[in-house]
Design a protein around this ligand. Structure first.
Ligand code: SF4
Length: 319
């Protein structure tokens, strides 16, 4: 455990956890998980791309960047009717949280006004709302909160030392500034990263250290396994060892015991056995639905079947 007065979780303590024998790490993560999440339900969140493609950023993993030839066409912001229809379907399928993603570098104030209409409509359905819209100014975060936004997703992706290998159109500090504005506005933070981008183990420890040492740490921590999309710079990255991915989930659970650790992009390629290990390591949230922004996701029926097989309950909507 970290020393009093020091960082909650120094990177070397996190590295030591990642390096534990696998069974020991799983045992520790499961103990923390049971202590803090005795009911053990899995949160089901649905993600809808409300404005797809044409993004001026160059995140090396992302098919929505206008710099890469990935076949993703730029679209306009969806209407209130379109989003309401998708949110109703998500709610009826059991989702409790509805996340809306827009491929902007940083929204303009008029974009925020339109987003606020979407947020209010989703909120009216009794769903928790989440948005991921790029970098925010403090006044924009306040406006989103006033419209009823519960969560804002803004991922750190990796450790600061590896960040410029992944994206060069912004700085790590830009991410931290937006996260601070979101927190200051009273919006809960959803923030995580991606495994399998060619990062070294030290960068995985560095990412978890960034997250776990936030005060407070994020309420939701999505951990993604890189989906290697043809046309993106990271399309040919060596895939991460699935057991190393499970290790990162376990360490996220141990270091951020009250966070919803979300098994996010890349579940399709992990297979059921590795997903089961992730749940055992402390993952307690999944993206639910057949598409994750623009990449595939296990379909709803498959997910329901897997949860049943494992005797896991989805956290159902109350509205
Ligand atoms: S991850 Fe987001 S910011 Fe980066 S290119 Fe894709 S849509 Fe743009």
């Amino acid at each position: 455990m970290p020393q009093a007065g020091a960082l909650r979780w120094p990177a070397d303590a996190i590295q030591a956890l990642l390096d534990l024998p696998f069974m020991e790490l799983m045992y520790r993560a499961q103990a923390v998980h049971r202590q803090h999440w005795p009911q053990g339900e899995i949160e089901l969140a649905t993600l809808l791309s409300v404005k797809t493609g044409g993004c001026p950023e160059n995140c090396g993993y992302c098919p929505q960047s206008s710099e890469f030839d990935t076949g993703v066409k730029a679209g306009k912001l969806l209407s209130v009717e379109e989003v309401t229809c998708a949110a109703k379907a998500a709610r009826d399928a059991g989702a409790t949280r509805f996340c809306m993603g827009a491929a902007w570098r940083a929204p303009k104030d008029r974009d925020i006004e339109k987003m606020n209409e979407l947020i209010a409509a989703v909120k009216d359905l009794g769903l928790q709302t989440c948005a991921t819209l790029g970098m925010l100014q403090p006044h924009q975060a306040v406006a989103l909160r006033s419209a009823g936004l519960d969560y804002y997703n803004h991922n750190l992706d990796t450790a600061p030392e590896y960040y410029q290998d992944v994206v060069s159109t912004r700085q790590y500090q830009d991410r931290l500034d937006t996260l601070a504005a979101v927190r200051e506005a009273g919006i809960s933070v959803c923030c995580g990263g991606i495994i399998g981008m060619g990062e070294a183990p030290v960068h995985r420890a560095g990412l978890i250290a960034q997250l776990a040492n936030m005060q407070p740490y994020p309420e939701s921590v999505p951990i993604n396994s890189l989906v290697r999309v043809p046309g993106t710079p990271l399309a040919d990255s060596d895939p991460a060892d699935p057991l190393d991915f499970v290790r990162v989930i376990a360490v996220a659970r141990i270091t951020m015991p009250k966070a919803r650790v979300r098994l996010s992009a890349g579940r399709q390629q992990l297979g059921e056995a590795v997903q089961a290990l992730c749940f055992m390591a402390g993952a307690n949230s999944i993206f639910y639905g057949d598409k994750l922004l623009v990449t595939g996701n296990p379909d709803v029926e498959n997910d329901a079947r897997l949860l049943r097989k494992l005797g896991l309950q989805g956290l159902r909507a109350t509205a």
